[in-house]
Structures are given as C-alpha cells and as structure tokens.
Design a binder for this molecule. Sequence first.
Ligand code: HXC
Length: 532
Amino acid sequence: MRDNDSSDIPQTTAEKIAQFRQVVTEAVAASDTSAQERQHPKGKLTARERITLLLDTGSFVEVDEFVRHRSTSFGLESKRPHGDAVVTGMGTIHGRQVAVYSQDFTVFGGSLGEAAGDKIIKIMDLALSSKVPIIGILDSGGARIQEGVIALGKYGEIFRRNTMASGVVPQISIVCGPAAGGAVYSPALTDFVIMVDKTSQMFVTGPDVIKAVTGEDVDMEKLGGGLTHNKTSGVAHYLAPDEEDAFDYARVLLSYLPSSWDDDVPTYASDPDREITDQDRKLNTVIPDNPSVPYDMTSVIEGVVDPGSFLEVQPLFAPNILVGFARIEGSSVGVIANQPNQMAGTLNIDSGEKAARFVRFCDAFGLPIITLVDVPGYLPGADQEWNGVIRRGAKLLYAYAEASVPMITVITRKAYGGAYIVMGSKHLGADLNFAWPTAEIAVMGGQGAVNILYRNEIKRAEEAGEDVAKVRETLANDYTYSVASPFLAAERGEIDSVIEPAATRTTIAKGLRALKNKWEHRPSGKHGNIPL
Ligand code: HXC
C-alpha cells in the first residue's frame, strides 16, 4: 500500500477506495494462488481455506490483515508478504463466537517472528477479554530462525496467554502440518489437540538432531506423526483422516462446551422419555454371567446418554479408560468409564493421567461428571511402579477430589481397592452413587481374598483330596456375596442405592436435575499443587 509512485497517489474518496480494493484483491489473490500451489500437492489446505472450513460461512472477521514482518536481516528485508505467516480473526461456529489463528506455511514456513507472534497474542487477548474459545491451526517450522531471541520471546508470551486462558476459555489446537520446536508447546498447553493423519507432525527436536545426538534413526512420521501422538504419547486427542474431518471434529467438540468457564453449559432441545423404555431394558443383559468375561462399556454409555450424543475424546490412547462428552436431556456432561474389554479395565499410569486431565477440564467448565465403574484395581507391575504410578496415579484422585461440579457415579460390576475410591467414589466428593445388582465392591476380588483369608481351608482341601478349584470357587462366591455385595455398601450409605440397570438413564437424568444448583465452598488459597 505504500509503494506508489507519487503520481499514483489517489486524491478523491472514490480513487482511494478503488485503489484500496485493487491492492487488497491483488495481494490476496496472488498469495492465495501461490499458497494453493504450494499446499495442495502435499495434501494440505491453505491457512484461509482452513478458516473457511472451520467457521460458519461468511462469519470471519480478519484482524491485522495488513501487518508485515519487521525483520531487517538475512534476506527477509526484501520480502514483505501480506499478513506475515499467520491469518487471525474472529468468527462463529454454530452461531457462537470464537477466536482463531491459522499459520501460513507458505510464508517463511509458518514460522513465528515478531509480527506473526504479535498477531497471535492480540487475538488471544481479544478472546480472553470477550470470553470466547481460542482455536489455533498450526502449520509451522517453529521460531523464525532469522529473528532470533525476538521470536523466542513471542513464544513465551503465547505460552503465558495459553496458561492464563486455561480453565477460562476452551482452547483447541488443530495441527495440520509440522509443529516443530516451540510450536509444540502452545498446543500442549491447550485443552484438545487434533492431528491430521500423515500430514501433521509434532516434535521438540527433529529426526536430524536426534540422529546427530543419539544416533537413533527415526523418520518424522514415526517420531511425531498423528498416530504416534494419538496412540503412544497421548499428546493428541483425535486423529483425523484428513483436514476436513479435523475441522468437523473441532466444530462438533465445541458444541458440547460453554464459551467460557462462567458461561452456561450448552443445552439443545430434547424430549427424553422419562419412563423406563424397552431400549433401557437392554442394559439388563450387558453384564456377562461370568465376572471374568469382558464387555464393551461403550454400550452402557450409549444406553444412558441422549441417543448418538457420545463424542469420545482420546480414543486411541489408554483405551482401558473411556472419556468423552455426551448430552443428557439435551445438556452437556463429561463421561469417564472403565473399559473392561481393554486390559480388563485396570487403571494404569496412562489411563489415570488421561482421565485426570478430562475430569479437570469438565470441572473447570462446569460440565457435570458421570462415572461408570468396572475396575478390578491398578495394573500391577514393577514397570508401573518405577514409572511413578504412585505420583502419576494420584492425579486422578486429586482431580476428582477437587472437582465441584455435580458428580454421579454408577458401579456396574467390579470396584476393588484403591480403584473403587479413585473412580468417583462418594468419599472423594461424588454427589450420587449407585450400583447395579451385579456390582462387587471390596478391597479385592473373591479369588484374591480367598488366597489370603482361606489359606488353611484350601490346604486342608488339598490334603483331603477334595476338588480344590470347587472349594476355592465356593469360598470366593461366599466372600463376594457377603462382603462385596452392593447391598452391604448401600446399608452403610457408601452408595445411595442399588438400581436395576434399566433404570440407570432415568436415575442419572433425575439426579442431574436435582444437582443443577450444586454449590460448594472451598477453602481459600492461591491454587492447589496437583502431583505433576
Ligand atoms: C524460518 C523457516 C523455518 C524457521 C522453515 N522455514 N522453518 N524459516 N524459520 N523456523 C522455511 C524454510 O527455509 C523454507 O523456506 C520454508 O520455510 C519451507 O520449509 P521446508 O524445509 O522447505 O519445508 P519442509 O521440507 O516441509 O520441512 C518443514 C520443517 C523444516 C520440518 C518444519 O522446515 C524444519 O525442520 N524447519 C526448522 C524447524 C526448527 O528447527 N525450528 C526451530 C525450532 S526451535 P523457502 O524460502 O525455501 O520456501 C524453536 C524454539 C522455541 O522453535 C522454543 C520455545 C520454548
């Protein structure tokens, strides 16, 4: 806009507007075409195409469109791309406001320099002051190498804002290309990380540096591709097969979330049956007769929430626990459930951390927590102990104990030992706790208890040549019936009632209605110190 010959300087209002139109149209068209030519062959969309897919049609209001980078070194001074390496602005998703930034890999590899950093910082500040979610679309080579410490400083400013926004407005990162170096830590501080299969990678140090330092040979995909971070590291929460699906998931995810911590939880029109239905009665047949036989807890979740409303989060990581959002009577809830068909539903380090972060998210944003329990205990093993199952397992305890949103827990089958306490027990602060008649609540399972309590009887049976397996089974059944019985727990008020599985949906719905205005006083202080 400032490159004109003095004879071109427009004089009238009409000339000024015409010149403005021409400059903007040419700049955007040139950069869009060149961006498409560079991104599309790699199976990637441009920064603007991504915003168009994410937001409601025509809702985008761009901010800082005319910003240019300020670097005067290493050849950058002659290049002045429109908008630097990021497109920022506000728009709507399902009619609700969000703030968005979308890094442009075609400009200096989407790297973060002073101007691009300032643009992101400005839009984050705007999101915080208007209390709307922040969505970052990442496609970046990290700190702009030419800008040195200035680039590093901007990352620091962004991380600080991510932290200030944590628990205040939802933050979602959609990684659509490389996120290298500093570019990974902003997503890591956000609530949900969506990665696109095969075209996105996140790593702190790339394959070349790893090779040089450790000699390890690993390609970019294996090191930090979408599958790696969804399945192995747990950094990401959803693996999208392509970019369209990534934006679709983000839009659906947002439909469950309030715009900020003090906004109401989204509620959609619903007309649930308030009586027990034939559909509900299907839950009566979910639990197998043999307590060692697994079943799919997803079918229980789907049986108690509004039809088709369960949106699983982080499905590939620690599948022995299920976490996700759903709706009950049209209103959003968070669901945490043991998954008996994966590692028998045991708790381990990964599942504890996955669930703890999810519980804290729900608590921060006022989403009631529904917990479904079928857990035989913590996964035993030296590996777990050495990797800190004590310290890391305590996170889930902490998360439930500090949560102040309405919490309803249903024990479907096993609830043994410490895992019974952890999984939303009344003692940690759950409001309403129910158990199915198939529940077993005890320090340990019948077989384990028999080994310790009835050692002498078993020895005697062996010596008498009796059928030891049968003796064992009888004693175990006796223990389960008398000590682990849910009715015993109900007699002591440890649970509020034993319910027929078919009544679970209506019981939870009534419970949530009753707990609508839950309020808890907490001791004052700055913040807690969760075992990290
Ligand atoms: C400036 C960069 C850049 C960067 C890439 N480019 N990264 N320019 N700063 N950090 C430029 C390239 O020079 C190239 O410019 C264009 O972007 C495309 O890059 P390519 O390498 O051709 O693309 P590709 O082969 O797809 O590889 C992408 C990549 C690679 C894996 C991201 O570019 C890369 O490794 N970049 C460096 C990553 C990195 O080490 N960043 C610094 C991290 S340190 P031309 O003009 O040729 O198109 C960091 C510290 C922050 O971020 C710490 C905070 C805690």
